[in-house]
Design a protein. Structure first.
Ligand code: F6R
Ligand code: MG
Ligand code: MG
Length: 364
């Protein structure tokens, strides 16, 4: 059976501040997707939140970038924004950057990760959702999952994975893309993806079969809007088991927390903390950045799940380490590298202050 899995997300208003989603907003989204399922547009759906981001997880048979599906997501976000406005939630409609829908939600604010595939005998899927971080946050984990034998032993000992994976990397500034084969070209690839502000892994393919293995959202809100509007708070879909890495190989990179950008006012580095669904509430200094992992089996496009995959004491140490990294970085206060470099901050007073103080700067 041919399936398209679409994960489309937006921050339509926070409860409280930018920490989480209000239950009435989630309820509205469920009603909207239930109607679409009733009409046969969707095979199935699951609505959930990660921090202040509303996540629409949908299966259908319309293919990627489909206008009807994207319009459904857009209209759902608009309806949810109306609820957010009525409750006076914080930043109601903040990720809806256009006044009206025009064909496709890409470049209109919401984040999109989609993949089209033939459902396998057993189709295991992991959907990662992050809050208070930027679209390049998946580069390091995707590299480890699909190219690092110290993370994924299947690359070494599973015959159906041994020939490796192909990475599709996007230059989000120049709007260009390039394919890299792993393991042959990992040194070339790392030159680029080691700089996640500009280069993001958009997708990964099983090299031998060409089948899609992972797909991420690479929308960069700051670039779309040309001004501060919020975080990218990206999502990533990964297929698991068989010719793809095992669920445990997919979760393993998150056992040692990575440092990402997007904490407080989108202007700080912080640890990416793997948490259970109920812990995905960004409170301390509006963070630290969080990631959740929703595991599903698909049965003819229907979702069996989610299974809350980071709800496991095996990730307690990662959470503790993330808190230690958070304390360490917080000690730096307004100094880099806790604060982002000047040109990457989403909030800045620099132009104003620099202008005011220009007459006091003397040649040396
Ligand atoms: C938003 C975020 C927060 C806000 C901060 C200020 O996703 O990360 O840290 O940037 O709470 O928010 P405003 O400007 O909306 O008052
Ligand atoms: Mg918000
Ligand atoms: Mg958010």
């Amino acid at each position: 059976m041919e399936i398209t899995l679409s994960v489309i997300k937006a921050d339509v208003g926070g409860y409280v501040g930018h920490s989480s989603c209000h239950p009435d907003v989630l309820q509205k989204a469920k009603e909207s997707l239930e109607r679409a399922k009733g009409k046969g547009l969707l095979i199935d759906y699951h609505v959930m939140a990660c921090g202040d981001d509303l996540q629409l997880i949908m299966t259908h048979q319309k293919g990627e970038d489909n206008e009807e599906i994207h319009k459904l997501a857009w209209d759902t976000f608009v309806d949810c924004t109306n609820i957010a406005k009525r409750l006076k939630l914080h930043g109601a409609g903040q990720d809806l950057l256009a006044d009206a829908f025009s064909g496709n939600v890409r470049a209109m604010g919401p984040g999109v990760a989609e993949m089209y595939f033939t459902e396998r005998e057993s189709e295991t899927i992991v959907i990662f959702m992050a809050d208070k971080t930027a679209s390049g946050a998946w580069n390091l984990p995707l590299y480890k999952i699909f190219a690092d034998p110290f993370n994924t032993i299947g690359l070494v000992i599973a015959p159906n994975m041994h020939s490796g994976f192909t990475f599709e990397v996007h230059d989000v500034t120049e709007k260009k893309k390039i394919m890299f084969n792993a393991p042959e070209e990992i040194y070339d690839m790392l030159v680029f993806i080691g700089s996640p502000h500009r280069y993001a892994v958009k997708a990964v393919y099983h090299k031998e079969s060409g089948e899609i293995a992972a797909s991420s959202s690479t929308q960069h809100l700051a670039l779309i809007a040309g001004r501060y509007v919020g975080k990218d708070d990206p999502v990533c879909i990964v297929r698991a088991q068989g010719k793809f890495p095992a669920v445990g190989e997919i979760l393993e990179p998150f056992a040692s927390p990575n440092i990402v950008k997007g904490w407080m006012r989108g202007s700080h580095h912080g640890p990416l903390m793997p948490v259970s669904f109920c812990q995905a509430r960004a409170t301390r200094f509006d963070g630290p950045p969080r990631v959740i992992a929703a595991g599903f089996q698909l049965a003819n496009g229907k979702f069996v799940g989610p299974n809350d995959l980071f709800d496991d004491p095996a990730f307690d140490l990662a959470r503790q380490q993330a808190n230690e990294i958070a304390n360490f970085l917080r000690r730096l206060g307004p100094f880099e590298p806790h604060r982002l470099p000047l040109d990457e901050m989403e909030y800045t007073t620099m132009p104003e202050i620099a202008k005011k103080l220009a007459p006091r700067f003397k040649d040396m």
